[in-house]
Design a protein around this ligand. Structure first.
Ligand SMILES: [Zn+2]
Length: 555
């Protein structure tokens, strides 16, 4: 009898102890936490869930009881420590030479005025950005996405928003070419680039959080798209204006976050719209309306009227919250390299989704699952190939695995595992022969003679030797590099009607090689045949880092 009482007592204590932390969580979540063997992970997950509840649980009655919806307004870029605008430093410039901040601040101020007037919303940001939004100053400092996440967490922000503009110039920056004479290739590259600009580099889009399965971030992006398109603004081609994003800390580490990109300042038609105060007003009003509608749609609370917060029918906030929690748990597991658990939670999440309503969310989850599962398959395959001594194939598989999990901080740990293993497969690199870097993904491994005979683009940048440029372009072994460079620097390059030069100056050269690796011919790329009266060509010329200054001025 005594034992039985003790046993009962013991059970009661157990139940009590475990129910303290999980009493509020739905069963599916409690099960996941209880299955977690690692104490640190389970503690961190509980803290995370607590944080999510603090932000979103029971928002309806909390707002009705006077609590405000906190919006963290992330400064778009800003001034760096050296006192310069980031837009100027990184080439985020408009057609008329204005940095991205010039337009983003104008839009942000208009949106801020609308948010500020709403008594149920509190806007939080850095002190200097709030001052800039208030119009007290035009200067504000740049903060990193990591700092944004920290500040938003401290402020217990319901969502994080930011007003950005797109541009074309950054592509050149990313490509790493600076002030090289003669970039204007009138061959296929130039044409392809122009076509790309024409098709892609225009119109607005919204980047939304890929790990937000509540649907809030996606719905907000969708609403912005519908409203702006209905008002005649151009939607960007990229995913038709709503882009699921996992490339930044901003999205991986904050539950609900979006970035508005209201157009390409490097496109003259877009810049014209963006500099018109009436359009600025329309865009800001659209962002404001979309935020309010999405709050009503996801959390079931309407804060748009003067009559006070109103509960919205036919909305199931607790379901949306459950989906959000599951997606955040999956995100936690994946970023902590416990991908088995991550995939397990993603599968549970898929079962909770409604195919009729959550199509975009389902697509995002499936994409995430696929990238993990497929990359793991490729990794396992690469290890097996390595054991068989098939290093070339092993490297190929491992590279494919790495590329599947690149571009997102959530895969940092997984990518590290693959990369470490990839380094162990490097013996093959030493036997590398010649191949143009840009042609085939497998270029570093024993290319066929046919790829040698393709013309190679050799870019000699400022303060770069021809040898370095050749190595960049060919990635070939030392002996071959020596042979090619000695022939290359002796080659005659036509620069005028009867004038020849040796290709040792900075510039871009098209080098034709024979199958044996001898230099057949070297041509300099120097002619600009773009019609400057056509606006796409203007953009191409203006945004190119490689255009001589006079040419920009003459346009
Ligand atoms: Zn930006």
């Amino acid at each position: 009898m005594k034992n039985r009482i003790l046993a009962i007592l013991f059970c009661v204590i157990c139940i009590h102890a475990s129910s303290v932390a999980f009493a509020e969580q739905p069963e599916i979540i409690t099960t996941i936490i209880n299955e977690e063997q690692n104490k640190e992970h389970s503690d961190e997950l509980q803290q995370m869930l607590q944080f999510i509840d603090d932000l979103y649980d029971n928002l309806q009655s909390r707002v009705k009881n006077g609590e405000k919806i906190v919006i963290f307004f992330d400064p778009a870029h800003g001034i760096d420590d050296d006192g310069k605008w980031e837009g100027e430093k990184t080439g985020r410039l408009s057609c008329t030479g204005m940095p991205e901040e010039y337009y983003s601040l104008q839009l942000s101020r208009k949106l801020y005025q609308l948010l500020k007037k709403n008594p149920y919303i509190e806007v939080v940001s850095t002190k200097d950005y709030i001052d800039a939004l208030e119009g007290k100053t035009d200067n504000y400092y740049n903060i990193t996405f990591r700092e944004t996440v920290e500040l938003a967490k401290n402020a217990k922000a319901t969502l994080v928003i930011s007003e950005h503009l797109n541009n074309t110039a950054s592509i050149f920056k990313a490509y790493g070419l600076e002030n090289v004479k003669g970039i204007h290739i009138t061959y296929s590259n130039g044409k392809a680039y122009l076509a790309h600009i024409r098709e892609e580099h225009k119109g607005f889009l919204t980047l939304y959080n890929k790990f937000d399965a509540s649907g809030f971030s996606f719905q907000l992006a969708s609403r912005v798209k519908e409203k702006l398109a209905a008002n005649g603004l151009r939607v960007n081609n990229w995913n038709y204006g709503t882009v699921a994003d996992d490339r930044f800390t901003y999205f991986v580490h904050y539950p609900i976050s979006v970035i508005f990109e209201s157009g390409f300042i490097s496109n003259p038609e877009d810049e014209k719209i963006l500099s018109d105060p009436e359009y600025q007003k329309l865009i800001a009003q659209t962002h404001y309306d979309a935020i309010l509608e999405t709050i009503a749609l996801t959390f079931g609370i309407d804060i748009s009227g003067f009559w006070g917060p109103r509960i919205v029918d036919n909305v199931n906030p607790s379901r949306n919250l459950l989906l959000l929690k599951l997606s955040r748990i999956a995100c936690y597991y994946i970023s902590h390299n416990d991908t088995d658990r991550g995939v397990h939670v993603l599968s549970l999440l898929l079962k909770e989704c409604d195919p009729a309503k959550d199509a975009a969310i389902i697509e995002n989850i499936q994409d995430m699952k696929y990238r993990i599962e497929r990359s793991k398959e490729l990794y396992t395959k690469a290890i097996a190939l390595k054991k068989k001594g098939k290093m070339k194939s092993a490297r190929y598989s491992m590279r494919k695995a790495i590329s599947l999990v690149s571009r997102s901080p959530v895969f940092y740990e997984l990518r590290k595992t693959y990369r470490t293993e990839y380094k162990g497969l490097k013996e093959v690199i030493e036997q590398t022969s010649i191949a143009p870097r840009y042609s085939v993904p497998n270029a570093m491994v024993n290319p066929l003679a046919s790829s040698i005979t393709k013309p190679v683009l050799v870019v000699i940048e400022k303060n770069m030797t021809p040898q370095e440029a050749l190595f960049n372009a060919l990635q070939c072994d030392e002996a071959l590099l020596k042979k090619i460079s000695s022939q290359f620097v002796q080659a005659k390059v036509k620069v005028g009607k009867k004038r020849f030069e040796k290709p040792t100056n900075e510039g871009i050269y098209i080098v034709q090689l024979t199958a044996k690796g001898n230099v057949k011919s070297v041509k300099r790329v120097s002619i600009v045949k773009l019609d400057p009266t056509k606006y796409q060509n203007q953009i191409y010329l203006k945004n190119s880092y490689c255009v001589p200054k006079e040419r920009i001025k003459s346009l």
